[in-house]
Design a protein around this ligand. Structure first.
Ligand code: APR
Length: 223
């Protein structure tokens, strides 16, 4: 069976990485306009680097949880799995998932705004870091900010459209285009989340509860 999976911050919540819109979430602590938009970066690059440096350190200290591990095991089984994530952490890869599609970029990668070169980010980045390729002082985290185009959208659309099953895990379905992917699905659709998301009604089936309990149980039924 071809399965397309979309994950959000909820899949990493039990690894101690904050979500965005839950109580105490990142967007209740920071103004996203200051730290997750090109305009915010232009205004104060040091603040933006500090924000992502703190998240990069948290991510390096976090470990994949049972949901990440179950999804990695699913990919090595009999099913044809495409894993798409909105998350910029590397926990899916560290759990062993192959070919993770990071539509919002990756916290552990850096990007040159001048020449588009991308490289493994140091744990701490600063506005003065020169690009290793062109030398420009224009380095930024390789993440997709609000108002920017997510990565790999053609690949993602094809994977969702051609899947027998589309599963959304741990996302509030508040941010597009990710939240609209369920409309592209031609097969069955399943939402796995702590609680109904903003697009819950668009899914055929639902399983609610913590990802570390629900995801391994769901994967065990498929294998
Ligand atoms: N298990 C399962 N789901 C959980 C858990 C958990 N332990 N904890 C929280 N959740 C659910 C919440 O109920 C919520 O619906 O995860 C979802 C997290 O929603 P958001 O915080 O909005 O995160 P996400 O949907 O990934 O945000 C999408 O918004 O800010 C941008 O680029 C950012 O990729 C992010 C995008």
């Amino acid at each position: 069976m071809k399965i397309a999976i979309l994950t959000g911050a909820g899949v990493s919540a039990e690894s101690g990485l904050g979500t965005f819109r839950d109580v105490g979430g990142l967007w209740t602590q920071y103004d996203l306009n200051d730290v997750a938009t090109p305009q915010g970066f232009a205004r104060n690059p040091a603040l933006v680097h500090d924000f992502y440096n703190a998240r990069r350190t948290n991510c390096a200290e976090a470990v994949p949880n049972a949901a990440h591990e179950a999804l990695a095991a699913l990919a090595t089984g009999a099913h044809d799995v495409t894993l798409i994530t909105q998350n910029i952490d590397d926990l899916h890869s560290r759990a062993g998932s192959p070919d993770v599609i990071h539509m919002h970029g990756q916290l552990m990668r850096a990007l040159c705004a001048a020449c588009d070169a991308s490289w493994d980010a140091p744990l701490v980045m600063s506005p003065q870091d020169p690009c290793p390729d062109c030398g420009a002082i224009a380095t930024r985290p390789d993440v997709v900010w609000f108002g920017e185009i997510p990565y790999h959208m053609e690949t993602i659309a094809h994977a969702v459209t051609s899947a027998d099953l589309f599963v959304a895990i741990g996302t509030s379905a508040e941010v597009y285009p990710a939240a609209g992917l369920v409309e592209l699905a031609q097969g069955r659709t399943l939402e796995i989340n702590l609680e109904p998301s903003a697009r819950a009604n668009a899914f055929d089936d639902h399983r609610f509860g913590p990802a570390t309990q629900i995801v391994p149980a769901w994967v065990a039924e498929l294998r």
